[in-house]
Design a protein around this ligand. Structure first.
Ligand SMILES: Cc1cc2nc3c(=O)[nH]c(=O)nc-3n(C[C@H](O)[C@H](O)[C@H](O)COP(=O)(O)OP(=O)(O)OC[C@H]3O[C@@H](n4cnc5c(N)ncnc54)[C@H](O)[C@@H]3O)c2cc1C
Length: 415
């Protein structure tokens, strides 16, 4: 049995703790936020093997430049003269080439499928209790020919890799999702995808780990204790925790935690917003509204409306114009349905940890091999949580990993 300390209790931290504790290790979770309701709580709940294109791609660059200073656009960047941010932007730019995007497809598919299997196993075996895991897939709704064309290219590639896809014209779409605005021309239906209700799983996982004897500490990190090439302990403001392995899974805060160990991690916060509707709604199928880039999910008894990618630093400031942009997009795609003022006032946000190439950072650090990293999952962090947790456990137990971890090496450079 090894002693393991996991920093962070978002989906990555909880998943690492889950698999480490299943493997018989003694686990302590450190998270200074008792009731943090961030990215892992407010996300759209999609499990998306279909998302085979990383966010760092030529299209994001082109749209980003067009949109970046418009604060109500799907992608917004607040200019900041911070050296780490400028470096990250440069690394993002260098990663967004067709060749690198193409090379990333295989690794993304592999980790997505692994993680989906992990969710399915946990769901089937009822280890943490019963939760929603709905396999009806994901609709990509489009109004323009340009959006149809670009998603069709992705869908054909996904299909040729064996992922379930079907192409729906307007008539076929209306049969499964009535009440769609007449301008919507059709949809690509990724039948390979699934969806869940994130707060439900977060609560069940937390309770399960507590029942299994995982300890929870709410003090912030003060300093790392090092002996040669190993981290030996972590000092919080009130206590010291010695361990054999340490896992940094603190989302966007991972960068700061690693900096204190003298390790640079290139990571930016990609803020996203979501609003919940607890009243009758027309949403039958999870859907991404392609032009405004919003995500709609029918959760267990309610619906969630999410969207936007905002690079404005590590803060939780809600920008009303971005909330309104999501609400307007919803009423432009669904007839006779609008988000009301109270739902908009209760909008919440979460910070996606975005690496420069959009691929996660998973595995041991070069400087301290017993210090593991599990972050950088950007738009796919919910999908990839359990898969990442499993991979971390395999690294710690020095077992062969379920997939090749080279593309996710946290020590990689981006140019
Ligand atoms: C609106 C929105 C919609 C999304 N939709 C989807 C989706 O449909 N599918 C999908 O796959 N992904 C989606 N994502 C992305 C996904 O939610 C994130 O990638 C994922 O939740 C990140 O998980 P995490 O555990 O890395 O970080 P977080 O959930 O941010 O958790 C980090 C944890 O670290 C803790 N922490 C902070 N400081 C410290 C410290 N000093 N020491 C220890 N711990 C600390 C925090 O309190 C927090 O609990 C979405 C994100 C957003 C915002």
């Amino acid at each position: 049995m090894k002693k393991c300390v996991v920093l962070g209790s978002g989906i990555q931290g909880l998943s690492a703790a889950y698999y480490l504790s299943e493997a018989g290790h003694q686990v302590t979770i450190i998270d200074p936020h008792k009731e943090y309701q961030g990215a892992s709580w407010v996300n759209a709940g999609y499990l998306t093997p279909s998302h085979i294109i990383t966010i760092a791609n030529p299209k994001t660059l082109a749209n980003g430049i067009k949109w970046m200073f418009r604060s109500d656009s799907p992608f917004y960047m607040k200019p900041r003269w911070e050296i780490d941010f400028i470096r990250w932007l440069w690394e993002f730019y260098r990663s967004a080439t067709p060749e690198k995007v193409g090379n990333a497809i295989g690794p993304i598919e592999a980790i997505n499928l692994l993680s989906k299997q992990c969710y399915e196993k946990i769901h089937q075996e009822l280890t943490i209790g019963t939760f929603q895991l709905d396999q009806r897939g994901l609709l990509m709704l489009y109004k323009t020919t340009a959006a149809e064309k670009s998603e069709t290219a992705v869908a054909l590639r996904a299909q040729s890799d064996g992922l379930g896809v079907s192409f729906l014209d307007r008539h076929q779409l209306e049969k499964i999702q009535p009440g769609i605005n007449k301008e919507v021309k059709g949809a690509i239906h990724y039948t390979c995808d699934a969806h869940t209700t994130p707060p439900e799983i977060m609560r069940l996982l937390t309770q399960h780990l507590k029942n299994k004897g995982v300890s929870w500490v709410h003090d912030p990190l003060d300093r790392w204790e090092v002996n040669q090439d190993r981290i030996t302990a972590i000092h919080t403001t009130t206590n010291t925790y010695k361990a054999d392995y340490f896992v940094v899974a603190a989302g966007v805060w991972s960068k700061d935690l690693l900096k204190r160990a003298g390790i640079h991690l290139s990571l930016e916060a990609g803020k996203g917003y979501s609003m919940d509707v607890h009243r009758p709604h027309p949403i039958k199928y999870p859907a991404i509204l392609m032009e405004p880039k919003c995500a709609i999910t029918p959760m267990e008894g309610w619906a969630r409306f999410a969207g936007t990618m905002e690079l404005s630093g590590n803060n939780h400031r809600i920008r009303p114009e971005r909330v309104k942009a999501i609400a307007s997009a919803v009423s432009a795609y669904y007839d006779n349905f609008e988000l009301n003022t109270s739902e908009m006032e209760q909008a919440r946000c979460g910070l996606r940890p975005v690496s420069p190439d959009g691929l996660p950072l998973i595995g041991p650090t070069e400087k301290y091999p017993n210090l593991m990293v599990a972050t950088g999952h950007a738009m796919m962090g919910w999908s990839l949580g359990p898969g990442t947790g499993k991979l971390i456990q395999q690294c710690i137990d020095q077992e062969p990993t379920s997939i090749d971890l080279t593309p996710f090496n946290p020590n990689r450079t981006f140019y």
